[in-house]
Design a protein around this ligand. Structure first.
Ligand SMILES: [Zn+2]
Length: 110
């Protein structure tokens, strides 16, 4: 029987970032266009996005490639061995800045 094209129902609880952190995973985020791959720490993603489902990291937050600006991003959560970690460059979250955007309306004084 062929596989259905619609999403299958999820069984069990969703795989959240906190679970990935428990499993000592790292977020491997790669641009499908320019093939640049960066590795993020899960605790940085939780600090930025909250404890959301892993599937929603790049999809819901319109993650853009910092190299080319493309939205076609793939994200995988895999552990890295201790030997590999010594040679890996991680992309760390330095700070989060919020923009103050004024919204005005024209009203008559009552
Ligand atoms: Zn790119």
């Amino acid at each position: 029987m062929p596989e259905p094209y619609w999403p299958k129902k999820r069984k069990g609880e969703p795989y959240k970032l906190s679970k990935a952190l428990e499993n000592r995973c790292f977020a491997h985020i790669r641009c499908r266009y320019c093939k640049v791959k960066r590795i993020y720490l899960i605790e940085d993603l939780i600090r930025l996005l909250g404890d959301i489902e892993c599937d929603d990291v790049t999809d819901m937050h319109r993650w853009r490639c910092t190299n080319c600006g493309d939205l076609n991003i793939e994200c995988r959560f895999n552990p890295i061995s201790a030997a590999e970690r010594q040679h890996t460059v991680f992309r760390r979250l330095v700070e989060v800045r919020y923009k103050k955007i004024p919204i005005w309306s024209d009203e008559t004084v009552p």
